[in-house]
Ligand binder design. Structure first.
Ligand code: ATP
Length: 480
C-alpha cells in the first residue's frame, strides 16, 4: 500500500481568554511512502510526529490536506475503515487476558466481506490432505514427546504450526490417536471415509438449493457466481490468524501467559502481533521502543525490522531517537515545527544535509558547529583559512559544521583546537576540545587510536566530505 500525504495540516485552536495561542502541530506536510517501505518520522519533542501518525491512522482529523492509501482518499475515513494496525509506546495490553486473548481481541468484532464458503468442505479436505501423508503427522506428534511421553498440548500446537490449521482442527486430528494405532491403514481410511461423507452430505444439502462448491470451497450457483456476504470470522479462522500473527513475532510459545509474565520486549511483540492480526495494509508505530531498556531496544528494533520485511507491510515509525531511525528505516523524514525538513534514505540525509538543523539532528556524537566567514573566496574560522570556496559565493558570515570523524591530526593542518581530554573508546579515541568559535557545549572528535594525541593545541586537517557550510541567516547549506 502506497501512502501519499498532500498539504497535511493540523491546527489545535488556542484559548484567547486563557492567553493560549493556536498550535500548528503539522504544517502543510507533503510526503510519499512507497509500498512495503519502512519510514521513520524523526524530530525533536513537539515537532508533530505523533500528530502526523494519528492523522494517517484516522484518530485525528486534519485541519487541511489529504491522505491517500494507493488512489483512495482516506482523509475522513474512520480508523476501522482504513485497514491499519497501531502500536503505541505503552503496549496497552489487557492485563487480565492471556496473550492469546489479547491478540484475538481485535478479531472478535471484525466483519469480513467474503464469498460465501463451505467450511465443512474446506475442513474435510484439509483432514484428507493431512492424512494423505499420515507418517509425517505421526512423526510430528512423536517429535513433541518429552521423556518418551506425548503431551497433548505440545502435539496440538505442533500440528497448528506445521499445517497452518486452527487449534480446533488440530485437536480433532490429534484425537484420532493415530500415533497409537495398532491398525493404522484401517484407522486412517475410516477417518478419510468420514471426511468424504461429510463433503458428500454437504454437497447434497447444497444441490437441493441449486448450489455447488467450487475448487476454492466457495458456494456458487448454476452460473458459477459466488454470493458475497458480510460475516464474522469463524472460531477456526480466528485461531489460525492469532497463531499466524504470534508465529510472525515469535511468541507462539507464550500464548497462554498473561502479559505480566512476559518481558517488556515480549509484551511489545504481543502488541505488534495484535496490530498485525487483522492483516492491516499499513502499520503505524508510535515510539514503540521507548519503554524498553537499552539492550532490549536494540534487539526489539531489529525484530520490528525483520517482521516488517517478512510481511512487506508499509510502516510508519515515529521516534525521536535518530540512531534508532537510521538503523532500521528505509527512509527517514526529519521534521521541525510541524514541517518536513528533509526526506530520504538515512545515509543520504546524513551525508547530504540540506540545512543546519538536519546536520545537527543526525549523528552521534553530534556534528561540531563553528562560527566562520567567507572572504575573497576563502573559508575562515577565526584567523585560520580552512579552504578555498566556489568563486561565485559572496562574502558572508556562515556556520561551519564538521562531523566528529572529519578531523585528522596533521602538523600542517589548517585548523587548531585546544585538546582538553582524551578518552579511549574501543579502537578509536575521542578528543574533547575547545575553540572560541565553537557554538555549543563540547567539541567532540573521533580519531584512529594509532595516532597519539596530546593535551594542548593540536592542528588538524579536515576531511572535505565531512565539512558543511551553512548560511548564518537562513541556516541553509551553501554548496562551496
Ligand atoms: P513527542 O516526541 O514529544 O511525542 P511529537 O513530535 O510527537 O512530540 P506532537 O505530539 O505531534 O509532537 O505535538 C506537536 C505539537 O502539537 C506540540 O506542540 C503539542 O504541544 C501540540 N499538541 C498535540 N496535541 C495537542 C492537543 N490535543 N491540543 C493542543 N495542542 C496539542
Amino acid at each position: 500500500m502506497k501512502i501519499k500525504i498532500v498539504g497535511l495540516t493540523k491546527k489545535f485552536p488556542g484559548d484567547i481568554k486563557k492567553g493560549i495561542q493556536d498550535t500548528v502541530a503539522v504544517d502543510h506536510l507533503d510526503l510519499e511512502i512507497d509500498d512495503g517501505k519502512l519510514i521513520g518520522l524523526l524530530g525533536p519533542s513537539g515537532c508533530g510526529k505523533s500528530t502526523t501518525l494519528y492523522m494517517i491512522s484516522g484518530l485525528k482529523e486534519p485541519t487541511d490536506g489529504q491522505i491517500y492509501f494507493d488512489d483512495e482518499d482516506v482523509t475522513f475515513l474512520t480508523p476501522e475503515k482504513r485497514g491499519i494496525g497501531l502500536v503505541f509506546q505503552n503496549y496497552a495490553l489487557y492485563p487480565h487476558m492471556t496473550v492469546y486473548k489479547n491478540i484475538l481481541f481485535p478479531l472478535t468484532s471484525l466483519k469480513v466481506k467474503d464469498n460465501e464458503k463451505s467450511f465443512v468442505v474446506e475442513k474435510s479436505k484439509k483432514i484428507i490432505e493431512i492424512l494423505d501423508n499420515v507418517n509425517a503427522l505421526i512423526d510430528l506428534i512423536k517429535s513433541t514427546a518429552i521423556d518418551g511421553k506425548i503431551k497433548r498440548d505440545a502435539a496440538v500446537s505442533a500440528i497448528c504450526n506445521k499445517y497452518k490449521v486452527s487449534m480446533y482442527l488440530a485437536r480433532q486430528i490429534y484425537s484420532y490417536n493415530l500415533h497409537a494405532s495398532t491398525d493404522l491403514n484401517n484407522d486412517v481410511q475410516k477417518r478419510i471415509d468420514d471426511a468424504l461423507i461429510s463433503i458428500k452430505e454437504e454437497k447434497e444439502r447444497l444441490i437441493k438449493k441449486n448450489l455447488h462448491v467450487n475448487d476454492n470451497n466457495e458456494i456458487v450457483n448454476e452460473n458459477n457466481e459466488c454470493k458475497q456476504i458480510e460475516r464474522k470470522l469463524t472460531k477456526d479462522e480466528m485461531d489460525a490468524l492469532v497463531r499466524e500473527a504470534a508465529r510472525l513475532v515469535q511468541i507462539e510459545n507464550y500464548l497462554e501467559r498473561k502479559p505480566a509474565e512476559l518481558s517488556g520486549g515480549q509484551q511489545q511483540r504481543v502488541a505488534i502481533a495484535r496490530a498485525l492480526v487483522k492483516k492491516p495494509k499499513v502499520l503505524l508505530l508510535d515510539e514503540p521502543l521507548s519503554n524498553l531498556d537499552a539492550r532490549l531496544r536494540i534487539q526489539t528494533r531489529e525484530e520490528i525490522r525483520k517482521i516488517q520485511q517478512r510481511t512487506g507491510i508499509t510502516t510508519v515509525f515515529v521516534t525521536h531517537d535518530q540512531e534508532e531511525a537510521m538503523s532500521i528505516c528505509d527512509r527517514i523524514l526529519v521534521m521541525k515545527d510541524g514541517k518536513a525538513m528533509q526526506e530520504g534514505e538515512p545515509q543520504e540525509v546524513y551525508r547530504d544535509p540540506k540545512d543546519l538543523f538536519v546536520a545537527k539532528f543526525l549523528g552521534t556524537p553530534p556534528i561540531n558547529v563553528f562560527k566562520g566567514y567567507i572572504r575573497n573566496n576563502q573559508l575562515y574560522i577565526g584567523n585560520e583559512k580552512i579552504k578555498d570556496v566556489n568563486p561565485n559565493i559572496e562574502d558572508k558570515n556562515v556556520y561551519v559544521a564538521i562531523r566528529p570523524e572529519g578531523f585528522i591530526i596533521d602538523d600542517k593542518g589548517v585548523f587548531s583546537l585546544d585538546c582538553k581530554e582524551i578518552i579511549t573508546m574501543g579502537r578509536d579515541l575521542s578528543l574533547v576540545c575547545s575553540s572560541p568559535f565553537f557554538v555549543g557545549d563540547k567539541i567532540k572528535i573521533i580519531i584512529d587510536s594509532d595516532i597519539t594525541p596530546w593535551i594542548g593545541t593540536i592542528k588538524f586537517s579536515i576531511r572535505d566530505s565531512k565539512l558543511y557550510v551553512f548560511d548564518e541567516k537562513s541556516e541553509e547549506r551553501i554548496a562551496i
